[in-house]
Design a protein around this ligand. Structure first.
Ligand code: CTP
Ligand code: MG
Length: 382
């Protein structure tokens, strides 16, 4: 299966109120359309994504969306109706290797990779697959503000996107379908394609009105994206009369050997933060052979890691660190260490764990050849 994704974003978003069209407005840190493209591009079954945009929104796309999504995302100019926009997208893949296509509304930012899985799996056995939800409210016909009669609810399904289809069949169906249709599934079924209904997701709602946008904002703020990272560091003992751990100087019979202040705990925490962001490690940002970092206080490294996370739209939720050494004893310094980390990380001490263990005299750490530290950092989207 060579699956491509077409994301519809050429509408004007008139019902969603004033301002930029809804697909270009920010939900949390990112425009709606960027969130959609990010999820589709990251799905392992999707080989390429194309955003269908209006020629009038080219500048908006380049300024707000392009920097947030993989450079491989293509754009195609849409038409005045949604159906025309889909057709333009499909035609852009004519003669390509695409065997299947997902068609998704750029105004449905909460699609999940699991939902894509369900559509993709069903497409293996059918000409198409559509996520649906059974109607749950009472259905009525009415006119002039008055109820007339109920509509039987049994068998009524509400369709969402992404809708997936065999590519040649849906291209053909779109080209031959006369007039307008409610969605792509309607065109597929009209053409005689067998379209499977798979379980949709209640959160995968389309933003249509201003109220929908406000609701999406509140969903987004209560469902932050969490990222966890882990870090490890070890430094060997050398001559000296103190060690620096979590920014606190502790008198000791030895010092720790290293380029900076050799604060293993802060180094492990910085690496945990870099890791959570999918970023390179501390040695990449602060190379040990660079004279600028000689004797540098490690709180500068921590601050850099936090600033990088903030740039990506994440804030630190908690940090937990374990220091492994036979000596010095860590316990008496834990409160001071937590305050020091709190100042460097910008989070309250209650969100910071500092723990210590010996190595039970086993191995290099047990022989007091050095100190090691491990850390876990949890970050959440802002
Ligand atoms: N769409 C499109 N091309 C069009 C019209 C709509 O690509 N000519 C896209 C929209 O950008 C949206 C999706 O189809 O992602 C669903 O359409 P709708 O919710 O109606 O969005 P808009 O047409 O933008 O909104 P409105 O009808 O309120 O103006
Ligand atoms: Mg519309």
């Amino acid at each position: 299966m060579n699956l491509v994704a077409i994301v519809l974003a050429a509408g004007r978003g008139e019902r969603a109120g004033s301002g930029d069209p809804k697909q270009f407005r920010k939900l949390g840190e990112k425009p709606v359309l960027a969130r959609v493209l990010e999820v589709l591009c990251a799905h392992p079954a999707v080989s390429e994504c194309t955003a269908i945009i209006s020629d009038d929104h080219r500048t908006l796309f380049d300024a707000l969306v392009a920097p947030e999504v993989p450079a491989s995302v293509r754009t195609v100019i849409g038409g005045t109706e949604r159906q025309e926009s889909v057709k333009n997208g499909l035609e852009a893949y004519r003669g390509s290797d695409a065997t299947h296509v997902l068609i998704h509304d750029g105004a449905r930012p909460f699609l999940s990779s699991l939902l894509i899985d369900r559509v993709v799996d069903a497409m293996k056995f059918h000409d198409g697959a559509v996520p649906v939800l059974p109607a749950s409210d009472a259905l009525w016909r009415g006119s002039g503000g008055l109820l007339d009669k109920t509509v039987p609810r049994a068998g009524i399904l509400c369709a969402q996107t992404p809708q997936g289809f065999s590519f040649p069949a849906i291209l053909d169906a779109h080209e031959n379908h006369p007039g307008s249709a409610l969605d792509d599934a309607a065109i597929a079924v009209w053409a005689g394609m067998r379209v499977a209904a798979v379980r949709g997701c209640p959160c995968n709602e389309k933003i249509t009105t201003r109220e929908d946008f406000e609701k999406a904002e509140s969903v987004e703020s209560t469902h932050p994206d969490f990222r966890a990272g882990q870090g490890f560091d070890v430094h060997r003992f050398g001559t000296g009369s103190s060690v620096v751990l979590c920014g606190i100087e502790i008198p000791h019979s030895h010092g720790l050997v290293g380029h900076s202040d050799s604060d293993v705990a802060m180094h492990a925490i910085a690496d945990a933060i870099y890791g959570a962001m999918g970023e390179r490690d501390i040695g990449y940002w602060f190379p040990p052979n660079d004279a600028r970092w000689e004797n540098a206080p490690s709180k500068d490294f921590l601050r850099h890691a936090c600033e990088l996370a903030a740039e990506y739209g994440y804030s630190l939720s908690s940090v937990d660190c374990t220091i492994i050494c036979e000596r010095p004893r860590i316990g008496p310094h834990v409160d001071e260490m937590k305050s020091s980390l709190s100042a460097s990380l910008g989070i309250e001490p209650r969100r910071i764990g500092v723990k210590a263990t010996t190595a039970e005299r086993l191995g290099a750490i047990g022989r007091e050849e050095g100190i090691a530290a491990m850390a876990v950092a949890m970050l959440k989207s802002k």
